[in-house]
Design a protein around this ligand. Structure first.
Ligand code: SF4
Ligand code: SF4
Length: 340
């Protein structure tokens, strides 16, 4: 192909995704997680291989995320055991608190995971989460974590007053926040919360942001995506043994290929993106798969990239395994909504 190989070398900071199924389908979720995914949790073997790979590439602590890792607490315990055996410590486990039933059972569950290496719980707090999870459950988990002797990482505490203004016993739609706090409430969240424009966030924010035409996107993005794809400052390895390059959800590198040059034959799409960026992907998809833009405007190059990748999957692209996991490319998951 004549394009140079990408290489993902030392890993700086990141996490292991135990599952993509989730009780919620938050409108900002980078990985399009939700209840529609297959109910598959990471096996102990894959977890251990992931931890060993992470360690071999220079990283000795990771977080555990999902999906919702706490939906299978026993299996989470086995994952924590695997981390310990591999010499990798756990920075924190993320939770959306949906599993909370009562104080006693929550404290018991968390106390049981503590000796296995759970010391800090990242508790998700945002209006997006509150669309699916009553804030009382979030508060219940934080109280139980305190009693179990865990540190709490409230992400993000700034939203506590917003959520506290409503009845904590039930979820609240974003429209309720808009009524109370102003029509631009969701847009203003971007100034208060780190949201990466990928996955479902694209659907949520596209109508609220100024978009650019396809021509504009191609004109202003003439460089490669090599920097983003090889950034290891927020990496993830998942239950399928896939490494997600950068924050480019829906793209995958086999864990066992980390540390080596990615062959253009095995990774044609990443090679194109790494050499020619979004322009390369667009011209490839247009030429080989008849891609035509489906929107009048895009937020940025990643918005266009995601649309192209969806269209490749739907056109039966099978030249490589880079477009994974398959659940990411489900329209049902993309627009997933849970019942309240
Ligand atoms: S952001 Fe929401 S949908 Fe995504 S994994 Fe977290 S709780 Fe689940
Ligand atoms: S355009 Fe695609 S490959 Fe490039 S940074 Fe965005 S999502 Fe990643």
């Amino acid at each position: 192909m004549g394009l140079s190989e990408l290489k993902i070398g030392r890993l700086a900071s990141g996490g292991v995704i135990t599952n993509y199924f989730c009780t919620s389908a938050c409108r900002h979720c980078l990985y399009n997680c939700g209840p529609h995914w297959e109910k598959r949790y990471i096996s102990v073997e894959v977890a251990e291989e992931n931890f060993r790979a992470v360690k071999a590439l220079g990283c000795s602590a990771v977080h555990i995320g999902g999906g919702e890792p706490m939906l299978r607490p026993e299996e989470l315990g086995s994952v924590l055991d695997a981390a310990r055996r591999s010499g990798v410590s756990i920075d924190y486990v993320e939770t959306n608190s949906s599993w909370f039933k009562d104080s006693e059972s929550a404290e018991k569950l968390l106390s049981g995971l503590r000796p296995k290496g759970l010391h800090t719980l990242l508790v998700s707090i945002s209006p997006f989460h509150n669309e699916h999870i009553p804030f009382a459950r979030t508060q219940g988990v934080m109280d139980a974590a305190r009693r179990a002797g865990l540190r709490i990482f409230p992400w993000v505490a700034e939203f506590i007053p917003d959520l506290s203004a409503f009845d904590a016993s039930r979820p609240h739609a974003l429209s309720e926040f808009e009524v109370r706090c102003g029509k631009d409430y969701v847009h203003r969240i971007l100034d208060r919360y780190w949201i990466h424009m990928g996955g479902r966030a694209l659907e949520t924010f596209r109508p609220l942001l100024r978009t650019k035409t396809l021509e504009h996107i191609l004109r202003e993005n003439t460089t490669s995506c090599g920097r983003e794809l090889t950034d290891t400052s927020h990496f993830h390895l998942d239950l399928f043994g896939n490494y997600i390059p950068g924050l480019c959800s829906g793209l995958a590198v086999a864990r066992d290929d980390l540390g080596n040059g990615l062959s253009p034959d095995k990774y044609p799409l990443l090679t194109i993106l790494g050499a020619k960026g979004i322009r390369g992907l667009f011209y490839f998809a247009a030429r080989e798969y008849g891609f035509r833009p489906q929107r009048a405007g895009y937020i940025n190059k990643c918005d266009l990239c995601t649309e192209i990748r969806f269209s490749l999957v739907e056109a039966g692209y099978d030249r490589s395994k880079e477009l994974a996991p398959v659940g990411f490319y489900s329209r049902r998951t993309l627009h997933g909504r849970t019942s309240r």
